[in-house]
Design a protein around this ligand. Structure first.
Ligand code: FDA
Length: 325
């Protein structure tokens, strides 16, 4: 295993450590560093970021950070917060939708609770003309997520109201994609951000990238307004060439990227006339999300260390490597 892979696994491991979470989220310096990837702790801050992105020609997906909720009241509060968020998006006429995690809506506690919350959010979105993305979490939640999605579709929530993420690193995704294409689902294709065993997911990055390209081509050809969610330049270039070669127009799909990641590439996509949506997370529960972003790119750890140097906490010269982008 190379250093990069070891670091990646280490940060994914840290992202799951609830004991560290308390310490890190109370630490003022960590909070400031996390702001690079997180819009803020309040709904207002997130909506303001969405408005700024809209002004730059980018759409937004707002996500209230939180996952694996341990208490039913918290899950209900998250569902209520999402409904209010949809109302505020509508009130401010923002080009924005929302993304939810099922474990945040109580999936670990009770199936009924998560289902009821998700349905309430989707009903509110439908009423307001909004849209809900279902994020995809660790592999044990894939089947429940697909099941809930099918249930929503069976009760009349169409692809104009709800869509879901699919992770290229899972072996099963190839088959899942075929089913979702048959359903006319709106799919956001991602590489996958969790630590998965090789029994369920490709262990090597090169294999994940190859799987991503295969699924992306399939999705671009037959998907419904698919979302190509990656910062991988080579894959992006491939998507553009593939779309051109197959007569797929720029408004037939969209790129999606994370807030604070590859802002240069985000601006380029918009300048070139392609659609871009930025995933904007916010809220006090930012620890696991932040750790997963560090896991994705060791240079981000350099970014973290450099900001420590700026604050005079470690000796000069430590951690002065390449830029975060
Ligand atoms: P990869 O990790 O190969 O990175 C390619 C290049 O992008 C890097 O070389 C670097 O230049 C840049 N880059 C990537 N990540 C960076 C970072 N954190 N900081 C700085 N530069 C970075 N996952 C999941 O499991 N379930 C989900 O529901 C979602 N949802 C989601 C929505 C959206 C809009 C995006 C963009 C991503 C997700 N993800 C996700 C996360 C996804 O699975 C994946 O972990 C990240 O997108 C990173 O992978 P890339 O495709 O960017 O490629």
């Amino acid at each position: 295993m190379g250093l990069e892979e070891a670091l990646r696994r280490f940060f994914v491991f840290l992202s799951e450590r609830r004991d560290l979470k308390e310490w890190v989220t109370r630490n003022g310096w960590m909070r400031r560093v996390a702001r690079r990837f997180v819009a803020g702790e309040t709904r207002q801050e997130a909506l303001d970021v969405a408005a700024r992105l809209n002004a730059q020609g980018m759409a937004a997906t707002l996500n209230l950070l939180g996952e694996r909720t341990a208490r039913a009241e918290e899950a209900r509060a998250a569902a209520a917060a999402y409904r209010e968020l949809l109302s505020e998006i509508r009130r401010r006429q923002l080009l924005a939708d929302i993304a939810v995690k099922l474990t945040q809506l109580g999936l670990d506690l009770s199936w009924e609770l998560a289902e009821e919350s998700l349905r309430e959010i989707c009903a509110h979105a439908r009423h307001l003309g909004g849209f809900v993305w279902m994020d995809m979490e660790a592999s044990r939640y894939v089947e429940p997520t697909l099941h809930l999605y099918r249930g929503l579709r069976a009760s009349g929530y169409g692809p104009e109201v709800v869509g879901l993420a699919l992770q290229a690193y899972l072996y099963r995704s190839e088959q899942d994609l075929e089913e979702l294409l048959r359903l006319g689902a709106r799919v956001r294709l991602v590489k996958g951000a969790y630590a998965e065993p090789s029994r369920v997911a490709y262990p090597r990055k090169v294999e994940v990238d190859r799987a991503y390209v295969r699924l992306m081509e399939r999705l671009l050809q037959d998907g419904r307004q698919p979302a190509i969610a990656t910062h991988d330049e080579r894959i992006l270039g491939h998507a553009l060439r593939f779309a051109k070669a197959h007569g797929i127009l720029p408004d037939g799909f969209e790129f999606q990227m994370l807030y604070g990641v590859r802002r240069d590439l985000q601006a380029w996509i918009v300048r070139e006339g392609y659609r871009l949506r930025v995933y904007v997370p916010f809220g006090p529960d930012w620890y696991p999300y932040f750790m997963r972003r560090l896991a994705e790119r060791p240079a981000n750890v350099g970014f973290l260390l450099r900001s420590l140097v700026r604050e005079g906490r470690v000796p000069e010269g430590f951690g002065r490597s390449s830029g975060v982008e």
